[in-house]
Structure formats: structure tokens, C-alpha cells
Design a protein around this ligand. Structure first.
Ligand code: SAM
Ligand code: NAG
Ligand code: NAG
Ligand code: NAG
Length: 407
């Protein structure tokens, strides 16, 4: 029981009571509070060895008695698949639409699944605290059980909720999960596993990611859904209202651009992305009240439009520095004076101790791209080396952080 609840806490509490504090010896940051750090301070983490080692010893001491956390980690992939399969089979949608709780037999019948398999899946979801169960009076050995969604499942797992993470789950299940099966090879070879996993050239990463129209839509769905939970925090990590023209470089479906436009209605926000991405964004992701502009272009080959602020969300982490540094230089050259650049990435701690989410993202970048995640001091160094100054770092305490630098 303890194993499951520890696991589900780690899995579900991605935000407020963050299991990933900003540094190993300070308390978690409250939601919505920006953790402003001056890069020189961040760059020299001032490791308080006594504080850190006390924490590490405390964790490993309890593990010596019984390895709860290790066992939880061993089972992580099973737990992921439980959620993914339930999403893919429409369990959360059915339970959300249903006016009353349903038995395993009813769920199985409506979704065309086996009753025995569905009952075990539903029970695992109850154990993970994603579903609720009520038991009725039965006769003899048979005690009927009726399942319903928790509020968390209704909010994040059902397809039609405004905060649905369904598209993120589909991408994780169908693309990320098979890639991670080749993690050992990725570590040995030091390169992405697109070729082994999907039979695609590992050189041109976006032609692998966009290998079919369907894959492109799934990837754009993943990008779109991340900003449902993190978008507002990253665009308000700094007051950006003085930047009147903003370009979201590699802005994909436009989800983050919409958050920028909502937070800064007096600014114009333009999404720049590859032609086929912009066309797909127009076709599938546009909203009737859209205030953002879409522009086709290749940020490596084409001139960039002039702007006050360039946003690069999850762009730098895709590329080798021989590509990302020239891109930053090009942005610096195109930028209006007094303007700047906002990087949005999951930043590693300087001291190698986390956040575990960013460390896992960095392995994911190894599996899928040619880039990696970095620490604030590394981004600061890249920005300084490409002409930017006044670098400010904001840790949100959630998945993605922000760095602002000025021209
Ligand atoms: C990891 S995604 C990030 C998307 C978006 N910024 C976000 O965080 O949701 C990288 C984006 O860069 C775009 N991209 C890749 N190469 C590009 C290029 N040469 N020119 C313009 N956009 C490019 C991709 O199409 C994709 O939308
Ligand atoms: C380091 O942490 C210990 C214990 O938490 C504390 O007593 C000490 O003052 C800290 N040292 C510094 C330099 O912050
Ligand atoms: C993109 O995300 C928004 C929520 O921010 C959602 O309402 C919309 O349906 C998503 N678009 C697509 C095509 O998935
Ligand atoms: C980069 O850092 C160096 C050393 O701190 C400093 O002298 C230089 O002015 C910085 N460059 C920019 C563009 O801020």
C-alpha cells in the first residue's frame, strides 16, 4: 500500500508540493512564486555539503530497512502502461460521461474488453488513486464493485476536459515508450534511437519526428498539451509587457503563443515554424478567437523577422551547440535594441542532484534528438557567448523554467 501511494504521489504531484525542490537543501517553492536567481549565484551552487548529505543519508537509511523507493522505480514502467492503456481504451472518458459508477463488467462490455482484464486494470487504477471504488452488499463471495473517476482523472485524463493531458499520454505511450526500450543502446552509442526503433535516419531529427502526417499531429498534440499545465507559469515568470513584438521561434501548434497573447494583450505574438508545421497548425490547432500570427520559415536557413522578444521554448535542448549557438547569434543580430530572448527549458540543478524530471528529459533528448538539458550556468554561458547580457533565471518549481536575457 505504501509503495503504491508513494508512487502515485510522485506521479501526480507534478506541481504545488513539488517533489523536485529547487535545491536539495531548501524547501519546495510555493506555486506561482518565481525563484529568481542571479546566474553567478546559480553558477556557483555554494553546495552546503552538510545539508545535502544529511538528506541523502536519511533517504538511503530508510531504504536499507526495506527498499520501498527502489521497488517503486522498478514498477514505474508498469504504472505508466496502466495509465496509458486506460486512456487509450477510453476508460476515463466512459467514466466521466457516465452518470453513475460502473462495474468492471459494464466498462468491459462498453469498451469491448475482457471482463477479467478490465477488472484488474480498474483495480490497479484504484490502487494508484486515479479511480475510486465503492463496494456494495453482495451475496456469498461476490461483492459488487463500482468504479468512478477521481477529480484528477476527470481534469487531466479524460479527453474532453479543458485541461486534458490525453495527447501527451498518447505520444508517451506510442512514441516515447518504444524509444525508451532502447535506452541501453542510446547510452552505449551516445546517439538517438530513431533508426533502431522506427527505421528512420537518425540524422534529421525533425524528419524522423514528422515521419507521417499522423505522427506530426501526435507530436504537435504533445507540444500543445504541455502548455495546458505549464504555459501560464512560464510566460509570467518575468514581466514581458515591455516587449511589444514577440516571436515564438519554433512555436509549433501556437499553444504557448496563445498563453503569451493572453498574458500580454498589448503585444503582437507571431509563431515561426517549418511550413508543414504552420500549415498543420492552421488546419488543426487554430481557434476562432485567435490573436496570434503564424509565419512559415526555417530558423536555420531563413532570415528571422525583427522583434523585441524571441521566445525559444524547448528549442535549444534539441540541438548540438554547433547549431544552437549560431541560432542564438542570429537571434541576437535580428533583435531590436532593448529587446531580448526568453528560453524555456527544464533546467538541471548545478549540483547534479536533480530535478529528476529534467534528468529524465535529458535522457529522452538522447533517445530522440541530438541535444540535451542544461543547468542555468550553462545557458548563461551560451547566452553570454552569443552577445546577450543581464541574464536572469527563474525556476518555477514545475516542469519548465525560464531564462531571460537582453540584447
Ligand atoms: C521540441 S518542439 C518545441 C515546440 C514549442 N516551442 C513548444 O515548446 O511547445 C521544436 C519545434 O521546433 C520546430 N523546428 C525544428 N526545426 C526547425 C527549423 N529549422 N525552423 C523552424 N522551426 C523548426 C519544430 O517544428 C518544433 O515545432
Ligand atoms: C549548511 O547546513 C547546515 C545544516 O543544515 C547549517 O547548520 C549550516 O549553517 C549551513 N552552512 C552554510 C554555509 O549555509
Ligand atoms: C490544444 O490545447 C488546448 C488546451 O490548451 C485544447 O483546448 C485544444 O483542443 C488542443 N488542440 C488540439 C488540436 O489538440
Ligand atoms: C560575458 O561575460 C564576460 C565575463 O563576465 C563579460 O566581460 C562580458 O561583458 C559578458 N558579455 C556580455 C555580452 O554580457
Amino acid at each position: 500500500m505504501l509503495v503504491v501511494s508513494l508512487w502515485s504521489n510522485a506521479m501526480l504531484q507534478t506541481s504545488s508540493s513539488s517533489p523536485f525542490p529547487p535545491s536539495a537543501n531548501s524547501s519546495p517553492i510555493p506555486t506561482g512564486t518565481c525563484w529568481l536567481t542571479i546566474p553567478t549565484v546559480v553558477g556557483n551552487p555554494g553546495l552546503n555539503r552538510s545539508g545535502l548529505s544529511t538528506m541523502a543519508e536519511h533517504l538511503s537509511q530508510s531504504e536499507l530497512n526495506y527498499p520501498f523507493k527502489l521497488l517503486e522505480y522498478f514498477n514505474g514502467f508498469r504504472m505508466s502502461k496502466v495509465i496509458f492503456s486506460a486512456c487509450e481504451q477510453g476508460v476515463f472518458d466512459l467514466l466521466m460521461q457516465s452518470q453513475k459508477s460502473l462495474s468492471a463488467a459494464e466498462v468491459a462490455w462498453k469498451l469491448g474488453a475482457s471482463e477479467d482484464g478490465m477488472e484488474r486494470l480498474l483495480d490497479a487504477l484504484v490502487g494508484a488513486e486515479v479511480l475510486e471504488v465503492e463496494l456494495n452488499q453482495g451475496t456469498g463471495l461476490f461483492i459488487p464493485a463500482y468504479y468512478s473517476n477521481t477529480d484528477v482523472a476527470n481534469l487531466y485524463l479524460a479527453k474532453d476536459s479543458p485541461k486534458s493531458l490525453y495527447d501527451m499520454i498518447i505520444y508517451q505511450s506510442q512514441t516515447i515508450y518504444p524509444l525508451w526500450n532502447n535506452l541501453g543502446d542510446a547510452v552505449r552509442e551516445g546517439k538517438n534511437q530513431n533508426e533502431k526503433t522506427f527505421g528512420l535516419s537518425s540524422e534529421d531529427i525533425f524528419s524522423a519526428i514528422y515521419r507521417s502526417e499522423d505522427e506530426m499531429l501526435k507530436f504537435m498534440g504533445l507540444m500543445n498539451s504541455s502548455w495546458v499545465i505549464d504555459g501560464h507559469d512560464v510566460v509570467t515568470a518575468f514581466d514581458l509587457s515591455r516587449f511589444k513584438s514577440i516571436v515564438d521561434v519554433g512555436g509549433c501548434s501556437g499553444a504557448l503563443a496563445r498563453e503569451l497573447s493572453k498574458a500580454y494583450p498589448a503585444s503582437t505574438v507571431t509563431v515561426l515554424d517549418l511550413p508543414k508545421v504552420i500549415q498543420t497548425a492552421q488546419k488543426h490547432f487554430c481557434q476562432s478567437d485567435d490573436t496570434i500570427k503564424l509565419q512559415e520559415g526555417d530558423f536555420f536557413k531563413d532570415d528571422l523577422p525583427a522583434a523585441d522578444l524571441y521566445v525559444l521554448a524547448r528549442i535549444i535542448h534539441d540541438w548540438k551547440e554547433e547549431k544552437s549557438l549560431p541560432l542564438l547569434r542570429k537571434i541576437h543580430a535580428a533583435c531590436n535594441s532593448g529587446g531580448g530572448v526568453l528560453l524555456i527549458e527544464a533546467m538541471l540543478f548545478e549540483n547534479h542532484r536533480g530535478p529528476i524530471m529534467a534528468q529524465l528529459f535529458s535522457l529522452n533528448m538522447l533517445l530522440q534528438t541530438e541535444g540535451k538539458e542544461h543547468s542555468p550556468s550553462h545557458y548563461t554561458h551560451m547566452l553570454n557567448g552569443t552577445g546577450f547580457s543581464d541574464v536572469q533565471v527563474c525556476r518555477t518549481g514545475k516542469s519548465y523554467d525560464a531564462i531571460l536575457a537582453l540584447k
